[in-house]
Design a protein around this ligand. Structure first.
Ligand SMILES: Nc1nc2c(ncn2[C@@H]2O[C@H](COP(=O)(O)OP(=O)(O)OP(=O)(O)O)[C@@H](O)[C@H]2O)c(=O)[nH]1
Ligand SMILES: [Mg+2]
Length: 445
């Protein structure tokens, strides 16, 4: 199950969010909040592990990349390869989070047509969210046509069996091997950096020539040695953050939280997820405040509760329970404030528009925004509770960014949306590139 770590709280959050959805759905003009609610639901509640497939020649560094992303030795590297090895999905576990990973040797390796068929049908049956096309830096030119053919045939196979073509992230691997040979560990000399740039350009030209679309082309070094407990002893990783970001960006929202938690260099990613939750909650607060809704606060408080809970889920797990207690005492805002207020929210459903709003949209949103940024500072950046309180006061005083509404809406309409079973409204028709996630979250009942 994707979400076992915080289950009771998460179902509390799910309930509260369902109540909010029900309330907001009844109020004319608030249907525009569907995308924000859907985003919060996808990021906080319905998350599932990302599915990542790496394709590339033998020894191109696929397994090393998985280890580098998760920061631990989870896959064997440079092992003597059994050529008949069956490709299969593996669960890589890190921080009690999972990444589903499959790596497949070059389809041509061994010239085995049957294998190529097996790989294609496996990926077609269970399509990855993102395909990592791994090319060794010293091989961006030599023999690349076979690699590109492999990539194309996998994409075609997925598509021809009715699957959604996954986005491709090209990874130029083992960049330390480009000239000059030393040093092998970053930071690299200017000459090596120039050669890395050249390799990227060569590969990009091959993509153009063969009309293959990739979302990003990322150069990496993934060389590392591990202690017997799996932690890193020698760390010559290069640019793995950028790869983590590129993978994260390519994922559907449903899989982003889990990826942000599992990837080792993940604070930036966790902060990005948290910002999305806070932005969504703030937009909702803005419209709640502006709408002719009685008892704004009764809706705002559970909304803020869900927001803070969502951010707290993104903290490092070991100390989370203590942090939640300290936050509640220090900020006077309960994590999971939905508990006491659920009944009130329910009764609101019956009160379809009545009296004038008690507080303005800007005030409602400003408070939510300040609380959300404070939660990020505390749960993700590791600030003390005093610093957090100071941040809250500072942001509250500064108010909502002037262009918040416009910017937040622009962000929403650009983003990769996914349909989830709990979504309140169909996604707007103009999302031409939207990817539909047809699978239920693992273990959901
Ligand atoms: N110098 C250097 N060596 C690397 C790097 N990444 C991987 N290697 C080495 O390259 C060899 C192959 O790496 P793997 O990660 O096993 O490559 P793979 O693509 O999984 O290989 P197969 O599973 O056999 O297809 C190993 O000896 C790694 O230590 C890198 O960035 N720099
Ligand atoms: Mg391998």
């Amino acid at each position: 199950m994707a979400n076992t770590p915080h289950d009771p709280e998460r179902s509390e959050a799910a309930q509260t969010l369902a109540d909010l959805e029900a309330v907001l759905a009844r109020i004319a003009g608030l249907s525009q909040l569907a995308a924000d609610l859907r985003a919060i639901r996808a990021l906080v509640i319905d998350g599932r592990p990302p599915r990542v497939a790496a394709v590339g020649r033998r020894g191109s560094g696929k397994s090393s990349i998985a280890n580098a992303l998760l920061g631990a030795k989870l896959l064997d590297v440079g092992a003597v390869e059994d050529t008949t090895r069956e490709p299969q999905w593996l669960d890589l576990e890190r921080n009690q989070r999972k990444v589903r990973w499959i790596d497949t040797p070059g389809l041509r390796a061994g010239g085995n047509a049957e294998r190529s068929e097996r790989v294609a049908s496996l990926l077609a049956k269970d399509p990855p969210d993102v395909l990592l096309f791994c090319v060794r830096a010293t091989q961006v030119d030599a023999g690349i046509d076979d690699d590109l053919d492999d990539l194309k045939s996998i994409l075609t196979a997925i598509e021809s069996r009715g699957g959604v073509k996954p986005p491709v992230v090209a990874v130029v691997t083992r960049v330390d091997e480009l000239a000059p040979p030393l040093p092998k560990q970053p930071p690299f000399s200017e000459e090596k950096q120039a050669n890395i740039q050249k390799a990227i350009e060569v590969l990009k030209r091959h993509f153009e020539r063969t009309a293959i679309t990739v979302k990003a082309t990322v150069p990496v070094g993934a060389f590392a040695k591990f202690f017997s407990d799996g932690t890193i002893a020698i760390d010559w990783r290069y640019n793995i953050d950028a790869l983590a970001s590129a993978v994260f960006e390519a994922l559907p929202q449903l899989a982003q939280t889990e990826a942000a938690m599992a990837f080792e260099t993940s604070r930036t990613l966790r902060r990005r997820v948290a910002r999305r939750i806070v932005t969504g909650a703030t937009s909702i607060a803005f419209f709640i405040g502006a709408a002719p809704l009685p008892h704004d606060l009764i809706v705002l408080t559970p909304l803020q509760g869900v927001m803070v809970m969502g951010v707290s889920f993104l903290s490092e797990r070991a100390s989370r329970a203590r942090m939640v207690a300290e936050w509640t005492a220090g900020m006077g805002v309960n994590v999971g404030a939905g508990v006491a207020l659920r009944a009130a929210a329910r009764s609101l459903i019956k009160l379809v528009p009545g009296f004038g709003g008690a507080i303005s949209g800007a005030v409602a949103a400003g408070g939510t925004w300040a609380l959300g940024l404070a939660a990020i500072k505390y749960f993700i950046d590791g600030a003390t509770i005093d610093e957090t309180r100071a941040e809250f006061e500072k942001v509250k005083l500064a108010g909502l960014p002037k262009d918040f509404v416009r910017t937040a809406n622009a962000e929403t309409s650009n983003e990769t949306l996914v349909e989830t079973p709990g979504s309140v409204a169909p996604a707007p028709a103009h999302h031409g590139e939207e990817r539909v996630d047809e699978r239920e979250p693992d273990g959901d009942t």
